[in-house]
Write a new protein. Sequence first.
Length: 86
Amino acid sequence: MGVAVLCFQQEGCMGCSEQAPINREVEKDLHIRIKEIDAVKNPRFVRQYQLRVTPTTIILQNGVEKRRFEGLVHREELEAALRGNL
């Protein structure tokens, strides 16, 4: 399965609107896909991942959570975390 990156967002969230272009840059630079999920429309994920804020970005490796960022995560920090898990 490898590494998966989930980014939970919601409409009207300022941090979420700032996170989206950062995610696009990271996807392009590292040739990965970051799956963006609307937390409001997918409440099962709120329970499953015990989400408290949006945006929340979770790095999974073989289905196991390796790293979590609550709130806006800057490009350099996200890329460094992903490089450590790729």
